[in-house]
Design a binder for this molecule. Sequence first.
Ligand code: HEM
Ligand SMILES: *[C@@H]1O[C@H](CO)[C@@H](O)[C@H](O)[C@H]1NC(C)=O
Length: 332
Amino acid sequence: MEFMRILLSILVLIFHGNTGVLSEAGVLVLDYYKEACPLVEEIVRRNVEIAVLRDPRMAASLLRLHFHDCFVMGCDASILLDTFGDMISEKQAGPNLNSVRGFGVIDNIKHLVEEACPYTVSCADILAIVARDAVVLRGGPRWEVWLGRKDSLKASFDGANQFIPAPNSSLETLIANFKQQGLDTGDLVTLSGSHTMGKARCVSFRQRIYEKSTEENFDYYKRYTTFRRILRSICPESGRDDALGALDFKTPTRFDNLYFHNIIEGKGLLQSDNVLVREDLEGEIREQVRAYASDQQLFFASYVNSIVKMGNINVLTGNEGEVRKNCRFVNP
Ligand code: HEM
Ligand SMILES: *[C@@H]1O[C@H](CO)[C@@H](O)[C@H](O)[C@H]1NC(C)=O
């Protein structure tokens, strides 16, 4: 096995940037399950489709699961582990608690995949394929998913609290947060475009709609606009913590570039959305936002690039980790 890893690394060096056979990180491959589980992508696609028909918001929720997985110890399905013994589940961490959803859908898909090809397809790879299919179903771009991730043997509750960015983050914090994951400012702007679909709870945007803009800290999105008034009617200053607001009020269920129109108008739902177009910032970030707002194909092409990059974060491969039988527990 070690020999194969080394051989693979050499091949990566030879083919790097040349062929589409091996990915940037050099460890994941396309067609990883071609022989061992040729039906996996079909099984996933059909079941994501069914889940989204049943619950339209599920497309957004499933995409977010892949993100919250990758930002904590890498894309290793650590988010799917339930609390066991003295290991606390990441599901209990602040950014996930009462917020992330879709675990039942993943369980169902994993169950069907295990029937077709036992102990073969990792939960981490399922999350990556599911995320792609969720985006496609909502009208977003399609990409080939690099595969071969293994599942972690543990979860990191502390990691989930530390590495998943908060909705009231400043731009500097967001940039630093993404940088820790090997993602650059361009990836931050592009991947924030994921907020083109789905919902957030009142607790996630309350600060953004009640905080006042000060003289030193003048923010366009904090002006008392009709938009803020509408959000305040959904989300009172106290109570109704779980009331939902659409992340993209223009086309809440479609994966398109209107998120970027919204934030240019100061109508992003979260503070972390609006800070991307902060008044005092000229230059690259604002240019990028404007470019995506005026060219959806450009946004889509960048999105594919950035999400593939995200899907490569600290992946376990080869003998590392395992292929879990049940995504909620490590194998006995
Ligand atoms: C840039 C930093 C980010 C911050 C601060 C952030 C924060 C949040 C918050 C607070 C929510 C609402 C959670 C709730 O109220 O229950 C949310 C929802 C969502 N986020 Fe992010 N997010 C970020 C980046 C991303 C990325 C990179 C992706 C995908 C690759 C993503 C995908 C989503 C989706 C699809 C939803 C809606 C989920 C649903 O409706 O169930 N976010 N995000
Ligand atoms: C962000 O929200 C958290 C939790 O509500 C709060 O403790 C923290 O002070 C806020 N941070 C900023 C920068 O406003």
